[in-house]
Design a protein around this ligand. Structure first.
Ligand SMILES: [Zn+2]
Length: 302
């Protein structure tokens, strides 16, 4: 064999090896789910998120560019409940049968998550238009990431059964890291047990339950409803009466309401990115908790 032929043979072999290692195309609703899929899927997956980390997931506009992402996807992973209902219209428009509800390529990350604020009895308009199936912001309890990762794992195993062992090992590594980090965060948060906070939107019940905070009120009178002057004045009274010194606001909401409350009460405003990529120093899902806990430490005093 001439040198030329050897080089050609090597090039052909490399080409076929590359072609054989087809990546699984995953599209997620949120950037946190993208992070989880990349951790569990490792080198076997290529993941795109429909929403960016600094977007309010309640408010994502279904656009043609998002439909296009779903057309070639092997797997779609959504937050579920009523947070990302816009994913339904995108799946319908993409007409990719793998991704239809109940098909192997459809993953709802909320399956098995113990829900908070689940409405009992009749749902009526007085409760607001969103959070109708229970509170959908469950990823803000890091312990729930383990359930989300298990749902992702099941979906990836359906997409590529021959890679099951790799995915299982990756998932176990992610769960181990989550447990280790969670223990550290719980240590840091222990001194704030029962600390009363006001939050902008009801994004934080899972975080509060995990770390022992007491959410005493919301800047929004109901989820998705902007604050009125009378609602804000009521909060000022409550904050003064109960000595509430911390306002936690998601980075994509206007600062006007929180700043008004802070001005009247001397409370500190903690602005938090609630998803991976939601701020310059919040690149990963784990960064979300590192930064919000730092913010609370600064606001409430170590
Ligand atoms: Zn919400």
């Amino acid at each position: 064999m001439t040198m030329e032929k050897i080089i050609l043979a090597a090039a052909a072999l490399a080409f076929w090896a590359g072609a054989a290692r087809a990546e699984i195309k995953v599209v997620t609703a949120s950037s946190d789910l993208k992070y989880l899929c990349e951790r569990v899927g490792g080198a076997e997956v290529k993941v795109e998120s429909l929403a960016s980390g600094d977007q309010d997931l309640h408010m994502v506009e279904p656009r043609p560019s998002l439909v296009y992402k779903l057309k070639k996807a092997d797997l779609v992973v959504r937050v579920g409940l009523d947070l990302d209902m816009w994913v339904d219209s995108l799946i319908n428009a993409a007409r990719n049968p793998r991704l239809f509800y109940g098909q192997p390529g459809y993953v709802d990350a909320s399956v098995g998550v113990p829900l908070l604020e689940k409405p009992e009895g009749k749902v009526d308009a007085s409760m607001g238009d969103i959070h109708i199936y229970g509170n959908p912001h469950y990823w803000l309890d890091p312990a729930n990431a383990k359930i989300m990762a298990a749902n992702v794992l099941a979906g990836l195993k359906r997409a590529a059964p021959d890679k099951a062992a790799v995915f299982e090992a990756n998932c176990a590594g992610f769960i181990k890291e989550t447990d280790e980090r969670l223990a550290g965060w719980q240590d840091r948060m222990a001194k704030y047990k029962g600390l009363k906070v006001i939050t902008y939107h009801s994004s934080w019940p899972y975080f509060a339950a995990r770390f022992g905070l007491d959410v005493a009120g919301h800047v929004e009178p109901k989820p998705g409803i902007p604050p009125s002057a009378s609602h804000l004045n009521g909060l000022v009274k409550k904050m003064k009466a109960e000595n509430i010194k911390v306002i936690l606001t998601e980075s994509y909401y206007p600062r006007k309401g929180p700043d008004f409350l802070a001005g009247k009460t001397g409370a500190a405003v903690v602005t938090a990115a609630v998803s991976a990529g939601g701020a310059k120093d919040v690149k990963t899902y784990f960064d979300v908790f590192d930064r919000v806990i730092e913010g609370l430490e600064k606001a409430a005093g170590k």
